[in-house]
Write a protein that binds this ligand. Structure first.
Ligand code: ADP
Ligand code: MG
Length: 265
């Protein structure tokens, strides 16, 4: 891809986030310490409400932390990141290529360069033939591909992904996981990827961060030792994969139970 900015290193220290609403005080994140190497793919799993989206929003510069520091070794990192959400967030009145190019236009990239970068991003996700389509003419998988192209087109130093494949059916999810692996191997962006799925974390990431139920802290960080390039179907059928999945579930299980009890209170 054009640009080819390498992935940023990220250093999060003592990060804390309080939400205040009237007299209520909610500690969403507490004592988050995490160092991420350039071009690393880090996955975050944790029960719902443990602050995963809050952490991504803080990293994106969309929400201010209440304490702690974040260092990113990219000069202008607040605009050098890109987010992908569960819902594609495409503008329904714009074609795929207009959606993908929109962020370049708002950044003042010239038409000639923008066209070349949109072309490369569409090629990267395999959507070249669908460039003139509108979001409602696409399948869910193709909409998420468009969202991924839109994120990559700005050549971000870090990519923040919040359950980007969670709304897809199982077959599409497997296909998109394989695509993401291929794209990441080609581009080597630093990725922080939130997922509900331990399997997905193990298929995609270099490390899996398990968070506690609220207040969200890091409970454990697990190295994912599988060689790359990875083939999702083959890897997920291996005994090593099954063992690690169970290990991580043991770490996560108590937190999921605790989060459920908190919800029922
Ligand atoms: N803007 C906000 N104001 C108040 N509370 C919030 C806000 N955003 C999130 N929260 C609360 O913070 C906690 C963490 O939310 P979130 O980061 O969305 O968790 P996750 O993505 O892990 O499900 C939840 O209890 C949620 O209700
Ligand atoms: Mg969330």
């Amino acid at each position: 891809m054009a640009g080819e900015r390498r992935g940023a290193a990220i250093d999060i220290a003592g990060l804390r986030k309080l939400y205040l609403s009237g007299p209520a005080r909610l500690v969403a994140l507490d004592h988050i310490d995490l160092r991420i190497a350039p071009s690393e793919f880090v996955c975050i799993v944790g029960p719902s409400g443990c602050g995963k989206s809050t952490l991504l929003r803080i990293l994106a510069g969309l929400t201010a932390p209440s304490g702690g520091t974040i260092k990113v070794d990219a000069p202008n990192w607040a605009v050098e990141n890109a987010m992908v959400f569960q819902e594609s967030g495409l503008f329904p009145w714009m074609s795929v290529e207009a959606n993908v190019g929109f962020g370049l236009m708002t950044r003042g990239v010239g038409a000639h360069e923008a066209a070349a970068r949109v072309e490369a991003a569409l090629k990267l996700v395999g959507l070249t033939r669908f460039r003139q389509h509108y979001p409602h003419q696409l399948s869910g998988g193709m909409r998420q591909r468009s969202a991924i192209a839109r994120a990559f087109v700005t050549d971000p130093a870090m990519l923040l992904m919040d359950e980007p494949l969670a709304a897809l059916d199982a077959q599409n999810r497997i296909i998109l996981q394989a695509e993401l692996l291929r794209i990441w191997e080609q581009t080597r962006k630093t990725v922080i990827y939130v997922t509900h799925s331990i399997e997905e974390a193990l298929l995609l990431g270099d490390r899996t961060v398990v968070m506690t139920a609220q207040p969200g802290r890091i409970k454990q960080i697990i190295d994912v030792p599988f060689a790359r390039p990875r083939d999702p179907m083959t890897l997920s059928a291996s005994p090593e994969f099954g063992r690690l999945k169970l290990d991580i579930w043991r770490v996560l299980e108590d937190e999921v139970t605790r989060a459920r009890h908190d919800e029922e209170k």
